[in-house]
Write a protein that binds this ligand. Structure first.
Ligand SMILES: Nc1ncnc2c1ncn2[C@@H]1O[C@H](COP(=O)(O)OP(=O)(O)OP(=O)(O)O)[C@@H](O)[C@H]1O
Ligand SMILES: [Mg+2]
Length: 589
């Protein structure tokens, strides 16, 4: 699976994160204000040591209780101010950032809908799920926290160090000592961590895929007693993920060790040196207090850098994963061929060649020069052995896949030149494996078509059983609602296809799951619908074939014969063979 991509090329976390700008732009004013407020709050914190110095050298030394009270009041006010400002920052960013996250998620979802089916064939759904959920959460966390605090802490450290140097430059230099090793550690850390963060996110995607498949395929898994091997696969993947997370934790522990220990030692050294100076009378006690409390105030900004960098790296690789999906080009970008004029009406396949994009290079194409003309108003049955490419051919008409070469025209218009909405209006499809969405029966059939005639569609599809459901057509079905049988789902899918009275109808074996009596009833009703449309119907049984005016035989990637059912039975051995297995007499028309 090409979903987990090795990221060999040189990375720039900053460049990746800059791609977030279009989403952040609308909320930039708030973000900048919040950053400014946070810097202000931090600087307020830095004033506290200066007040302490004033207290120690002034009222405390002079034994003036009133002065001490005044100083204490001042400290209280400063503390309150700092707390209020940080609260304000939080309030400023919370709402706009959740909007950024929601918008990115909506864009991702929209993009996934537009991407061609071939993309979805290639990408594991769990990878897409994890990108749309956990990754975007990481991005929001980054925008809320590290983005501001890397700046705020940087400024705070700079101002704090300046204050310390101004207090006493020798002590200041002692404190600055660890700066170089800390910076080197940060750079080394950043590079390694990015790689591991990306690995962990990809593994979460793989894990999501396994969970999703197990849930969706629970019947098959139970039916075949595969739960043990599925659990084994899950355990292995989650074990790998655990290993990667532990690697992340080790890296984080290492950087944290360096970042916390070295400055702490420097503070200790400064304390000893400062005390000696005070004892010698070279330094006022107040200055030492101010100096040390500034150093202590800078502890959190310095300590937090490791963890801020870690979140930033997580977010950078999450952003990368997000844009990997967003950078895939949607199908509309495929070149639209010129309009062919209107001389040949109906549904035409001209030299249609199709190969699945993920098929091996040397395998023959599934469809190899298919030529077929379905005249306006005609219904054509498509017959072929299993695996001959019937489903594939039907999926090409609504452009679920793009042709490798050749063209398909509807009333003379190339389908690649039609706007997508027009194509969807012209062509309705019902697939072999019908999907119902978590919505009411009515919504599932209408699929947003406000004007559709629901009752007629249900009647055509012989889906009157829905009226017997608890809430009739308002009954919730799909994953979050009532489960329907295969045949019931098939009939709803058929109703969905005919509800909008499309000009072209493409049905992939729409009656395969029905019992003989229901099938006969559906066929009778369908015959009327087929009379008004141009239709292509994949069929396995003679009874379905008989609905159509003509039959086309798909074999070896080509249409090898076209004619009426009876003609083909007589003249084509393969066709006769395909039809003979069904055990029905075909003379009952
Ligand atoms: N998404 C896909 N990616 C790659 N190959 C595919 C894909 N779907 C189908 N194929 C291959 O294309 C060939 C034709 O499949 P298709 O589903 O069109 O057959 P079919 O005629 O509809 O068969 P059936 O009668 O069993 O429904 C098969 O060999 C199948 O392996
Ligand atoms: Mg099929």
């Amino acid at each position: 699976m090409p979903t987990t991509r090795a990221t060999a090329e040189e990375h720039s976390a900053v460049r990746t994160l800059l791609r977030l700008w279009p989403y952040v732009r609308p909320v930039r004013a708030r973000l900048f204000t919040a950053a400014f407020v946070a810097v202000l709050a931090s600087c307020t914190g830095l004033v506290i040591p200066l007040v302490l110095k004033w207290m120690v050298d002034g009222p405390v030394a002079g034994r003036d209780p009133a002065g001490v009270w005044l100083g204490a009041l001042f400290l209280l006010l400063l503390g309150l101010g700092e707390a209020l400002l940080f609260g304000l920052r939080r309030w400023l960013v919370a709402r706009p950032l959740s909007r950024v996250e929601a918008e990115m998620r909506a864009d991702l979802y929209g993009h996934l809908q537009r991407l061609p089916v071939s993309f979805h064939d290639r990408w594991a759904s769990g990878q897409l799920l994890s990108r749309g959920t956990t990754d975007l959460m990481l991005v929001r966390m980054f925008l809320a926290f590290p983005l501001t605090f890397l700046l705020v802490n940087g400024v705070t450290i700079l101002i704090g160090v300046t204050i310390m140097l101004l207090q006493d430059w020798t002590l200041g230099l002692v404190i600055l000592g660890p700066a170089v090793p800390v910076i080197v550690t940060c750079v080394l850390f950043e590079r390694r961590y990015f790689h591991v963060a990306r690995l962990a996110q990809d593994q979460v995607g793989d894990l999501t895929t396994v969970v999703e498949e197990s849930v969706l395929g629970i019947r098959v898994i139970k039916g075949f007693g595969r739960h043990r091997s599925q659990a084994q696969a899950f355990r292995e993947l989650s074990g790998t993920l655990r290993g990667t997370e532990l690697r992340k934790a080790r890296l984080l522990a290492a950087i944290w060790g360096v970042i916390v220990t070295l400055p702490e030692i420097a503070i200790g050294a400064a304390l000893v040196l400062g005390s000696v100076q005070v004892a010698d009378g070279d330094l006022s006690a107040g200055t030492l207090v101010a100096f040390l409390s500034t150093a202590l105030a800078l502890r959190w900004p310095v300590d937090s850098i490791g963890f801020l960098l870690a979140i930033s790296q997580d977010a950078a690789s999450a952003t990368e994963r997000y844009f990997e999906v967003m950078d895939e080009t949607p199908e509309d970008a495929a070149v639209a061929a010129a309009d062919a004029g209107r001389e040949d009406m109906g549904l035409r396949f001209d030299h249609v060649v199709f190969r699945y994009p993920d098929a091996p290079e040397d395998s023959p194409p599934v469809l190899d020069r298919v030529d077929l003309h379905i005249r306006p108003g005609e219904s054509m049955a498509l017959v072929g052995a299993t695996g001959s490419g019937k489903t594939t051919l039907t999926a090409l008409v609504p452009r679920l896949h793009e042709l490798t070469s050749g063209r398909i025209t509807l009333d003379g218009r190339d389908i690649t030149a039609l706007p997508r909405e027009t194509l969807r209006e012209l062509v309705a499809v019902a697939f072999e494996e019908p999907t119902l969405f978590s919505a009411s029966v009515g919504e599932n059939v209408l699929m947003g078509d406000e004007e559709g005639d629901l009752d007629r569609a249900l009647a055509v599809a012989q889906a009157e059983f829905v009226h017997a459901l608890p809430q009739g057509t308002g009954t919730q079905v799909g994953e979050q609602g009532l489960s329907l049988s295969g045949g019931q789902r098939q009939r709803l899918a058929l109703a969905r296809a005919v509800v909008g009275r499309p000009r072209f109808l493409v049905l992939d074996d729409p009656l395969s799951a029905l019992d003989v009596h229901t099938e006969a009833a559906v066929e009778a009703a369908l015959r009327e619908v087929l009379a008004e449309t141009t239709a292509l119907i994949v069929a396995h049984r003679p009874s379905t074939v008989l609905l159509a005016d003509r039959v086309a035989l798909l074999s070896g990637g080509r249409i090898t014969a076209v004619g009426t059912h009876h003609e083909l039975l007589r003249t084509n051995a393969e066709y006769a063979h395909l039809m003979s297995g069904s055990g029905e007499t075909e003379e009952n028309r």
